[in-house]
Write a protein of this length. Sequence first.
Length: 223
Amino acid sequence: MNDLSDLRSQVRNIINDECIVRVPKGSRELPALSGGGFYSWQFYLRRALLDPLCLELICIDFWQRLGPLFDESPFQLAGVESAAVPIITALVLDAARRGRSLHAFTIRKERKTYGRRNLIEGVPSSAPVLFVDDLTSPLHNAFWHAMHAIQDAGLSPNGRGYVLVRKTNVGDSPGIQTSMGVISIESPFTLSDFTLTLEDYNSERSRLGAAWPAPQPIARRVR
């Protein structure tokens, strides 16, 4: 197993074991958005986004996927606070270490009610915008909020997005259709990488027993 595969496996285990809340079938512990029933599982990715292993994987994977595109046609990053902030911060810092100048701004969940009443934090450039978030899907509110903010600011998406988890299965199309064109979502993980239901998770743990991956210690892998 090479270094990147090992790093991806470690991050996958962190997310699978520590960033997914699972409840029994029929439980009403996780109310769905807008009163639309109840979830049986839900991602809480902040634990991963504050782990150096996860941020390292994001930086390596991001530039492998999107580095050639950036070098050919530079873009800027944008994402909705607060989930996108650690990803954007890590990528901007890593870009500088790689000799790339990567511009970014963030989007508030709601427009300020005082002062400048701004929705955008930072100063966007004129470059096309690449959407960033912890996870997304065609139904994710943060994605559509970001698209509206980008359009209202007179900016254009560059047709790509990057998230830690694309909330669709591995065989599903990565594209999300918008009035500004299709946004193709790049990600190191999809739902297919994880054990989602509590029943399947407990069954897997029981089957694997002592071979079950133990939580990985935080490693300092500065290059």
